[in-house]
Design a protein around this ligand. Structure first.
Ligand code: GLU
Length: 419
C-alpha cells in the first residue's frame, strides 16, 4: 500500500486499522485506496469580531470521508488542537461508526481550532454563525448534517440551525442534530452516547460473566458522555470507584455517588476536589484496580506505556480512539475485552439519525420510544459484531471494522464507479 499520508498520529492510526482489516477481508484493491482518502475537505479561515473590538481569524474544517451509504454525518469539534488530519481521521471513524450500527449515513467531521472556554457567549455565537456561513455549500439535510462533539453543545446547534435557515429563507430543522428539544431536537439525544456505552457494558458483562451489581467501575472524563455513563451504571448497581475530569480524578474503593459528584462539579467545576475520596491524576486513574474501565475523555490515553498496568477486564471506549493500536495488542494478549468506540459510543449518531428522521417527518417521539429503539439498534449491532468476532476468532474492534468496511465496500460496489 502507499505510505501513510498526513502527519497526525490519529490519522496514521486510522489508516493502519483500515489497512489491517482490508488485508484480512481481501478488500477489492480498487476500493481500498478510495477508503484511505477523504472524498472532500474544506478549510476555512473565518474572521470573528471579539468583545474587545479586535478581529481574530479562526481556522476551521469540514471533511467528508465516504458517502456511499448516505449523506455525510458527524460532529463539529471546538478545541485548540484541531488539525485537518485529525478531522480526516475522525470523519473516517464516522463512516465506520454509521456502517457498523447500520444507519444510512456516510462519515464526516468538522472542527474549529479554538478554546471555547476562553471565548465569551457572544464570541462563540459569532464564531459558530460565521463558520456555518462558510459551510453553506456543503451542509443541508440531504447532504451533510453536523452535530455536537468535543467543545460544542445544543447552543451551537441552535445557532447552526438558525444561520442555515436564515440563508435559505425558511426554517430547516433537519440540517443539524443535537439541537434543543423545542427546536426539533430529539428527546434522549443528550444522553445517547453514554446510554449506548452502558448498553454495550451490559451486553459484554453478560458474555464475560461479570455481575454488574458486584462490578467496580472507573470512568475517565465526567463530561457529556462520562457523567451519563456514571449515573446509568450507578443506577444498575455498579460501584463507581474512580472518576476524573481535565483537572484530575478521585478514587474511593467503597464507591462514589455520581449524583453528589454532579452537584459538586457544578459548584467547583471539577470532581477532583471532592472530599469523600483520594485525589488521583488522570494517568493513575487508568491504572486503578477495577473490573470495567470507561475512557470517556479524549483520544490516545491508553498507549504502549501504560497498557500493561491497566487492570480492567472490560474496557468500553466512550471516547473516540482512546486506545492506540500498540496498546490494543498488549490488552488483547492480557485477555481484556474491548468494546470499540465505533460501537460503544455510536448511540450519539444513532439518536442523531432518529432526530433527523423526526425533523423530516415532523413527527416527534417520546423519550421512551427513543431509548427503546436505541437499545434495539445497539443490541443488534453488538450481537452482529460479537458473532463476527467468534466466527473469525478476532477481537471486537477487528470484527466491527470487518463489518463496517465490508458494508461500505459493498455499497460502493453496488453503486459502481461514476461515470
Ligand atoms: N460527535 C458524535 C460522534 O463522534 C456524534 C455525531 C453525530 O451525531 O452526528 O459520534
Amino acid at each position: 500500500m502507499a505510505p501513510v499520508e498526513g502527519n497526525s498520529e490519529l490519522l496514521e492510526m486510522s489508516l493502519r486499522q483500515l489497512d489491517r482489516v482490508a488485508e484480512l477481508i481481501h478488500l477489492d484493491p480498487r476500493i481500498h485506496p478510495l477508503l484511505r482518502t477523504c472524498k472532500r475537505a474544506l478549510e476555512v479561515n473565518a474572521p470573528v469580531k471579539m468583545d474587545d473590538g479586535s478581529v481574530r481569524t479562526f481556522r476551521g474544517y469540514r471533511v467528508h470521508h465516504n458517502l456511499a451509504r448516505g449523506p455525510a454525518k458527524g460532529g463539529i469539534r471546538f478545541a485548540p488542537t484541531v488539525t485537518l488530519d485529525d478531522v480526516k481521521a475522525l470523519a473516517m471513524l464516522m463512516t465506520w461508526k454509521c456502517a457498523v450500527v447500520d444507519i444510512p449515513f456516510g462519515g464526516a467531521k468538522g472542527g474549529v481550532a479554538c478554546d471555547p472556554s476562553r471565548l465569551s457567549e457572544g464570541e462563540l455565537e459569532r464564531l459558530t454563525r460565521r463558520f456555518t456561513s462558510e459551510l453553506i455549500p456543503l451542509i443541508g439535510p440531504e447532504k451533510d448534517i453536523p452535530a455536537p462533539d468535543i467543545g460544542t453543545d445544543e447552543r451551537m446547534m441552535a445557532w447552526i440551525m438558525d444561520t442555515y435557515s436564515m440563508n435559505v429563507g425558511y426554517s430547516v430543522q433537519g440540517v443539524v442534530t443535537g439541537k434543543p428539544v423545542n427546536l426539533g431536537g430529539s428527546r434522549g439525544r443528550r444522553e445517547a452516547p453514554g446510554r449506548s456505552v452502558v448498553i454495550c457494558v451490559e451486553e459484554a458483562a453478560r458474555k464475560l460473566g461479570i455481575r454488574l451489581d458486584e462490578a467496580r467501575v472507573v470512568i475517565q472524563g465526567f463530561g457529556k458522555v462520562g457523567s451519563v455513563v456514571a449515573l446509568l451504571l450507578h443506577a444498575v448497581g455498579c460501584r463507581i470507584v474512580g472518576l476524573s475530569d481535565l483537572k484530575g480524578g478521585i478514587y474511593n474503593p467503597q464507591g462514589l455517588d455520581p449524583i453528589r459528584l454532579t452537584a459538586h462539579k457544578r459548584q467547583d467545576n471539577t470532581v477532583s476536589t471532592y472530599r469523600d475520596g483520594d485525589f488521583v491524576t488522570n494517568e493513575e486513574l487508568l491504572e486503578l484496580g477495577c473490573d470495567i474501565l470507561v475512557p470517556a475523555a479524549v483520544e490516545r490515553v491508553i498507549t504502549e506505556k501504560n497498557a500493561s498496568r491497566v487492570k480492567a477486564r472490560l474496557i468500553a471506549e466512550a471516547a473516540n480512539g482512546p486506545i492506540t493500536p500498540e496498546a490494543d495488542a498488549i490488552l488483547q494478549d492480557r485477555g481484556t475485552l474491548i468494546v470499540p468506540d465505533i460501537l460503544a459510543n455510536a448511540g450519539g449518531v444513532v439518536v442523531s439519525y432518529f432526530e433527523w428522521v423526526q425533523d423530516i417527518q415532523q413527527f416527534f417521539w417520546t423519550e421512551q420510544e427513543v431509548n427503546d429503539r436505541l437499545r434495539q439498534v445497539i443490541r443488534r449491532a453488538f450481537g452482529e459484531v460479537w458473532a463476527v468476532a467468534q466466527e473469525r476468532g478476532t477481537d471486537m474492534r477487528t470484527a466491527a471494522y470487518i463489518l463496517a468496511i465490508g458494508r461500505v465496500a459493498e455499497a460502493i460496489r453496488m453503486r459502481g464507479i461514476y461515470p
